[in-house]
Design a protein around this ligand. Structure first.
Ligand code: SDX
Length: 377
């Protein structure tokens, strides 16, 4: 019997179509509903990009105002969600906290659906749920960081847009426009990336007609891993290990001798650099100037140039994002929850698209275990 053509990790396998984004490694480009992500990051508030991913078009002024009003109305963390988070030890990883909080929100939605008794929401109902998670996640992430620091939670402010309010709830200070802009760009760049591991997880869960919240909880579980979303946190652990630029060569000698994966570098799809990195690096550069932290830029540049020279493997989005979030003041453990807050827009756009396909995702496997045998009588 001929061996099947197995594609481990589904590398290079096209499993379905999507109209949400186009990742093109040949041109090193990324389009959200046809728009280059660089143009969106330079001109749009994150709320408008969320609207684009869900609805296929950028919002006009009235549609943006309506989305902003709905987002503001659902920003505050519900007491029952706070109570669930407070049951989790502060020593737990914040991704476990975020995953549990989303699950609690889903469990308190009587019409979440996803069961034989209630097959799940209509596209309009699921869009509403998507906006509610989009609105709730900043408060969940901010609450978690402040809880771990022993700080009191900060209520959202209706006079601030999404990114400024996120920073306000986390740090309790009026954020500087430079910082808001860099943060806003990071959220847009993290929002969507076709069938990455966490998005595909959400689509598999949705393909069984399960509910939107279950799909997002599953996606959070996938994103936590250091080969995926957890890499932005891992980049800072690496920076802390290296210390300063003068240690890069010796650190890399040891790390490569130990066959370690250098987090923040490499990509399953992009092989000559991640299309999002130049935009995020420019945002990092504005933060380096703003905070006067040229030491960070020196370490960043030294590690990138040395690793690229040795292995020909290029940075991915997590490499500039980690130091950027560190300069803004987020705890390292908060970085991947920030990725969740951004990617929930892409995930839920794919959930709505997959639900419409109504097609169960169930690949085959090639058995290589023991031959058939029978219990001795
Ligand atoms: C994200 O898919 C997406 O779009 C994801 C994402 C999104 O927006 O959703 O872009 C977000 O997850 C970005 C990736 C974040 N992960 C990391 O930074 C972790 C470090 N990177 C590697 O683990 C790796 O590059 C992957 C997992 C990202 C991609 O791996 P591939 O495509 O499966 O390639 P591979 O692991 O088979 O590597 C090929 C070779 C191997 O060497 P050999 O075993 O053949 O000798 O390159 C080496 C690898 O060891 N390699 C690395 C490396 N990346 C690849 N070696 C050291 N450090 C690295 N970072």
């Amino acid at each position: 019997m001929t061996e099947p053509d197995i594609k481990k990790g589904l590398a290079g396998v096209v499993v379905d179509t999507t109209a949400i984004s186009k990742v093109n490694p040949e041109t090193n480009s990324l389009l959200y509903r046809g728009y280059p992500v660089q143009e969106l990051a330079a001109t749009q508030p994150f709320e408008a990009v969320a609207y684009l991913l869900w609805n296929g078009e950028l919002p006009d002024a009235e549609q943006l105002a309506e989305l902003r009003a709905t987002e503001r109305a659902h920003r505050a963390l519900a007491d029952e969600v706070k109570a669930v988070i407070d049951l989790i030890p502060v020593s737990a990883h914040p991704m476990d906290e975020v995953r549990t909080a989303v699950s609690a929100i889903g469990a308190s939605d009587p019409n979440a659906g996803g069961s034989v008794l209630n097959a799940g929401g209509s596209p309009a109902e699921n869009l509403e749920r998507s906006i509610r998670l989009f609105a709730a996640l900043p408060a969940i992430v901010a609450y978690g960081q402040r809880r771990r620091r022993g700080e009191e939670p900060i209520a959202p402010r209706d006079d601030l847009d999404y990114s400024a309010n996120f920073l306000w709830m986390t740090f309790g200070a009026e954020p500087d426009a430079v910082v808001v802009d860099a943060f806003n760009r990071s959220m847009i760049l993290y929002a969507e990336h076709s069938f990455n591991a966490s998005t595909f997880t959400a689509r598999v869960i949705t393909s069984t007609l399960s509910d939107l919240y279950s799909a997002v909880v599953g996606a959070i579980g996938a994103l936590k891993g250091p080969l995926h979303g957890g890499a932005n946190e891992a980049v800072l652990h690496i920076f802390d290990e290296i210390g300063d630029a003068s240690n890069v060569k010796s650190w890399l000698d040891t790390a490569l001798a130990e066959k370690r994966k250098i987090m923040g570098f490499g990509h399953r799809v992009y092989k000559r650099g991640d299309s999002r990195v130049p935009t995020m690096k420019a945002a990092l550069d504005t933060l380096v100037e703003h905070y006067g932290r040229h030491d960070v830029a020196e370490l960043y540049d030294a590690l990138e140039s040395e690793f690229v020279a040795r292995k020909g493997i290029y940075p991915n989005l997590d490499y500039p994002s980690g130091p950027a979030y560190n300069l803004i003041g987020f705890d390292t453990l908060t970085f991947t929850p920030l990725f969740v807050a951004a990617r929930v827009t892409g995930w839920t756009a794919h959930v709505i698209e997959q639900a419409g396909a109504n097609a169960l995702i169930r690949p085959l496997s090639h058995y290589d275990g023991v031959d058939e045998r029978h219990i001795a009588r």
